[in-house]
Design a protein around this ligand. Sequence first.
Ligand SMILES: [Zn+2]
Length: 166
Amino acid sequence: MFALPPAPPVSPLVVVRPFAPAPHNWLPAHRGVDLEARRGQAVVAPRPGRIVFADRIAARPVLVLKSGVVRFTFEPVRARVTVGQRLQPGQVLGRVETGGHCDGRCLHWGAKVDGQYVDPLSFLPRPRPVLKPLSALAFRPAAVPVPPGARARFPPVRSPADSASP
Ligand SMILES: [Zn+2]
């Protein structure tokens, strides 16, 4: 059997909240990516694997697909598969449901390798998807550092004392 190429879990692939891990597990973080989706939208397996979990966690339906050393999580997703089922990329896992921070407006997609959260987008081929912040999810982009010398391009700020001189 030939290997199917990786598939984005939802199409089109639009990131509304990026992966934002924390340096320590107890700190707040976003341990996955949120992809633009609507309730009822089909979610497919991004890589070949086996369903190892399909149940509710804290009132939201969660699916886990094990693909080699990677554990992919999808939530909130109502399962159309059962634990133990093997899937190929592009095969439907389930449909976007309500619950969790996405709550019917997006798909939270996580990836874990050896107990560490990693960016799930790294398992898809380039080009990288569009990044479209969704204000409803209170996405706050990280501060962009100002490179040295960047301020030299702007004219010097005049103090009121300068213009008030006779
Ligand atoms: Zn999320």
